[in-house]
Design a protein around this ligand. Structure first.
Ligand code: MN
Length: 265
């Protein structure tokens, strides 16, 4: 058996299934999805239910699930007027997710919300002698292995929204991570974005995770969708599955780069 992680699926059900095939995922394996399963792509609700219905898969909350929980009616009615509803629907691709959510029965909506509220935000585990800390983006020791419904909401907000790669690139936040004997795995900020920032505007070819000290970013850039369809290597995006047993990466692209570009690598 092996333990895998992936992050930021953003409604791309077919690509996720292709990824499971690519890694040869079986009932004996485990998969942790590090949040942002929903929004932008159309099949986020289908993905949430697929993950929920597989006992060997688990979801950690991302900022998109957090927005959803702060937007939809808590009791399961098909209403969307919570405090995050405007930023969710109008600015973060939540409209398609809410449409699919509203089409469920009230009972199904309630079950989905109950399951979401019972997910972890920060999860630690040991695989093959190595300690891992998984989260959607940031870290908070107080939230380790605490389910969302028991957590202080502002602390959750910090973990699912803040990022040393976005708001605070180049700060000494690395020092925070240095204190711990964990390999930190997170998503939230596409590796293409970070590589471009540190690469002076250039994204190197290939879809690979970003390794920086004891931190690994595995957001493969699904949120960009399929619109980089000219096959240029600098636009490769998709999902990055990481096997924790041996730290092997399994990139799953929307489209393969054309052959002549593959050969240049
Ligand atoms: Mn995110």
């Amino acid at each position: 058996m092996a333990v895998y992680t992936v992050s930021d699926l953003h409604g791309h059900y077919d690509l996720f299934r292709k990824g499971l095939e690519t890694i040869g995922f079986s009932d004996a394996d485990e998969l942790y999805v590090l949040g942002d399963v929903i929004d932008r792509g159309a099949e986020g609700i289908k993905l949430l239910r697929y993950i929920r219905d597989h006992k060997n898969m688990d979801l950690l909350l991302g900022n998109h699930e957090h927005m959803m929980l702060h937007s939809v009616d808590r009791s399961g009615r098909a209403l969307c007027s919570g405090i995050d509803s405007v930023i969710w629907l109008d600015y973060n691709g939540g409209e398609v997710t809410f449409a699919h959510y509203a089409a469920l029965t009230e009972g199904a909506r309630k079950r989905l919300l109950g399951w979401l509220r019972n997910r972890y935000v920060v999860k630690t585990l040991e695989v093959n002698g190595r300690n891992f800390c998984l989260s959607h983006s940031f870290f908070d020791e107080e939230l380790i292995n605490l389910r969302y419904r028991y957590a202080e909401d502002h602390a959750v907000y910090n973990v699912v929204w803040r990022s040393i790669y976005r708001e605070e690139p180049g700060t000494n936040a690395v020092d925070l991570y240095d204190q711990y004997d964990y390999t930190f795995i997170s998503g939230h900020v596409p590796v293409q974005y970070v590589k471009c920032y540190y690469g002076g505007g250039q994204v190197p070819p290939g879809l690979t995770a970003l390794w920086h000290g004891n931190m690994v970013d595995i957001d493969g850039g699904c949120s960009y969708g399929e619109h980089f369809d000219d096959g240029t290597p600098e636009h490769e995006n998709g999902m990055l599955f990481l096997r924790l047993d041996d730290l092997k990466e399994f990139p799953v692209r929307f489209r393969q780069a054309p052959k002549h570009m593959e050969e240049q690598r």
